[in-house]
Design a protein around this ligand. Structure first.
Ligand SMILES: [Zn+2]
Length: 397
């Protein structure tokens, strides 16, 4: 073996160290000239269209899409175009592999090196606000910022993750997540919402290891909430929902006890049931994860004097909720926080949460109940609207 051989071996080894496990380096073959996108052209209808893959600029990254979750936001937009985005390529919970990048691209938004073959996710786009970096965003959420998958169509077209390729423009946030499997990567965005909610809850000083925590609503948001609490070491969790299937899932995610609200007549009986589930105590802290105003009104009755509440269920205006300020808040001295999307810091925390969840055996990947290929995207969105599954995902080949 001569010194050139050794040099080559060393270079190979270093390459692999820099790029995660070697199987991430699988080549995806030549890049085609065209990419399919799912363009929402009118309410309840995507067209599969083909566009030329545009030139990749010096600061840009071309990503081959592997998969993308369907979000409640996509479902709203699909149904009625409330954000007036049509025509639009949706899909913001996506992930894929870097197949080409401009010469100026070296690192991701957290400072990790980027290379061809790396698996990535995008977060927000701060093109017009270069002063925002991930570490001064600790207390600021990113609601209102641009995001791939909710951008108006333009001459590049590759603006959303419901496609074969995404063109990530310079100035966007991007993270190297090569050490996470595909299902975990698809779940990053919704999980970040819960990592943020739990961070918000922690600011009250009430949420601790041994807290009794009620989680109301066991859709994907509530279920992931339970998982985040479990990875933090919270043991005493009671899940509340109206569907036994979801409550069973809540147990798999780490809820110790469950309460089906349909089994109880009236708020008082329900509050008693929650108390029973905690062995005769009300909750120290509660997370409200439904979009129902009645559920918001009820939850105060489950919380002890001096307890805390995090409200995170209302992604859209669900109407007004009636509460009694005297009984529900004032005389109980409840501390309430609201939670909305996440910060960039939460996004990075989420990568660690997903590894920890896997480490303690929480079956997060089972949240993805349906997978559709891109050409069946209309069916995927209809399935989402029927609300028979949990997380619906588009997965390319
Ligand atoms: Zn989303």
């Amino acid at each position: 073996m001569n010194s050139t051989d050794i040099e080559q071996i060393v270079r190979k080894v270093l390459e692999n160290i820099g790029n995660g496990s070697p199987d991430n380096k699988k080549s995806s073959g030549p890049i085609p000239t065209k990419s399919r996108v799912a363009m929402l052209t009118k309410p309840e209808h995507f067209d599969i269209r083909e566009y030329n893959i545009p030139e990749v600029g010096d600061d840009d990254i071309l990503v081959k899409v592997e998969g993308c979750g369907v979000c409640g936001t996509d479902a709203h937009e699909f149904k009625r175009d409330p954000f007036s985005l049509i025509p639009v390529v949706l899909g913001h919970e996506g992930t894929g592999e870097i197949v080409k990048m401009g010469k100026n691209v070296k690192k991701d938004s957290a400072g990790k090196p980027l290379a061809i073959g790396d698996k990535v996710v995008t977060c927000m786009i701060f093109k017009d606000n270069p002063d925002i970096t991930m570490f001064d965003l600790n207390k600021q959420n990113v609601g209102g910022a641009d995001v791939y998958g909710l951008l108006p169509d333009d001459d590049k077209h590759l603006n959303g993750w419901f496609a074969d390729y995404l063109l990530v423009r310079g100035g966007s946030t991007i993270f190297n997540v090569s050490d996470l499997d595909l299902d975990s990567r698809i779940l990053i965005e919704p999980c970040a919402v819960l990592v943020h909610a739990v961070e918000r809850a922690k600011t009250t000083g009430i949420l601790r290891f041994n807290s009794r925590v009620a989680v109301q609503g066991c859709g994907p948001i509530g279920l992931i909430c339970i998982a985040v609490l479990r990875t933090m070491g919270v043991e005493n969790i009671v899940a509340i929902d109206g569907e036994n299937g979801r409550l069973e899932f809540a147990k798999k995610m780490g809820a110790g006890k469950t309460v089906n609200f349909k089994d109880y007549k009236g708020t008082e009986a329900l509050a008693e049931a929650v108390k029973d589930a905690f062995g005769g105590y009300l909750a120290d802290f509660a997370f409200q994860c439904t979009g129902s105003p009645v559920a918001h009104s009820n939850i105060y009755k489950f919380i002890r004097n001096g307890g805390g509440l995090c409200e995170l269920g209302f992604f859209i205006n669900g109407g007004d909720a009636t509460i009694n300020p005297h009984f529900d808040i004032c005389s109980k001295e409840i501390t309430i926080v609201g939670s909305w999307v996440y910060t960039l810091r939460d996004y990075v925390t989420t990568f660690d949460f997903l590894k920890r969840a896997k480490g303690i055996g929480l079956p997060l990947q089972e949240l993805i109940t349906h997978k559709f290929p891109l050409e069946k995207i209309n069916e995927a969105l209809e399935t989402n609207l029927k609300m028979t599954g949990l997380k619906i995902a588009i997965v390319n080949e």
